[in-house]
Design a protein. Sequence first.
Length: 276
Amino acid sequence: MRDMDGAGREAHMNPMLIDTHCHLDFPDFAPERDAIVSRAREAGVGRMITISTHVDRFPTYAGIAEAYDNVFCTVGTHPHHAHDTPEASAAELVALAQHPKCVGIGEAGLDYHYDRAPRDVAQRVFRTHIAAARESGLPLVIHTRDADADTAAILEDEMGKGAFKALLHCFTASRELAERALALGLYISFSGVVTFKNSQELRDIAAAAPLDRILVETDAPFLAPTPFRGKRNEPAYVAKTAAVVAEARGMGAAEFAAATTANALRIFSKMPPLPA
């Protein structure tokens, strides 16, 4: 295992950031994955969570997490693939999540923008992932796009059956969904989209959200923040997103980094603390 936690530690007196959502398994990262992880560490990113999109590819995600001290993973199926990936039971998801580097369930949820999976299938798979999060105690990473009403309704219904930890990843939805999710105890994660010129409403939501419920992410290789918009994203760039949200909140970058890292370690509680 490569000790990336220790590399360059003395170079960063400021609090480290955690990229709570990236896809290090994507083919365009493969030839330079070591360099990407190193660049993230040099940019002040102390941890990365590589997110599962196909439950049957979990060995790939786990293998990447095993290769680096500062990379962790999740297990689950993206809503785009709810219909064309073997459907795992909650018990099967929980069993896979026993892997020592697996710190969450998902990403799962609803995507009505592309509507690739039949909605009834996507909703069933979403609920299965919720059950796995509830049983395992690990947080559910939720993907929701153009599905605010159904996402909120399912979350409220399922939370009534028993509490579970969850976050809305790459949040780009309405203020109403943010408020309903926060009322249920969820966290909200902001990606590079919040840095885009036309995302003032999203910055306003980020400014109004409770500080102890905010996370930052890249969703790399997608959605590179300004000034890298249109280019391939990578975990090092999460610092740009964090800086924009900090500014929207009238906070210093170091204070905001410390808060979001504490939040990430709280919800992804299976991850060990960052090295001193």
